[in-house]
Design a protein. Structure first.
Length: 92
């Protein structure tokens, strides 16, 4: 990611798209588990908040290598969390 601002916008966008997908699945399917969908939505919002907060306070502000490593780890953690969430959505 080129900047923190773009990373935060990407996190927000993906979160909103996943929530939209959940609600479309619930609307299109009569046998959709709305309770599970609500739980997944709450989990997505919690992940969104967690990762936005992590973007705001990187470790080692003075050392660029530490900052780069921090953001690489943050991005891979976020990708893993989103993959897990997508699998949960597909199981609806």
């Amino acid at each position: 990611m080129a900047s923190r601002r773009k990373l935060k916008k990407t996190i927000q966008f993906v979160s909103s798209e996943l929530i939209t997908d959940i609600y479309f699945r619930c609307l299109m399917s009569k046998d959709a588990d709305t309770e599970k969908a609500g739980k997944i939505t709450v989990d997505i919002m919690a992940l969104n908040r967690e990762f936005i907060l992590r973007v705001n306070c990187p470790d080692g502000k003075d050392n660029s290598k530490l900052v780069k490593a921090y953001f690489r780890k943050l991005f891979t953690d976020w990708q893993i969390a989103m993959e897990k969430t997508i699998k949960e959505i597909e199981s609806l």
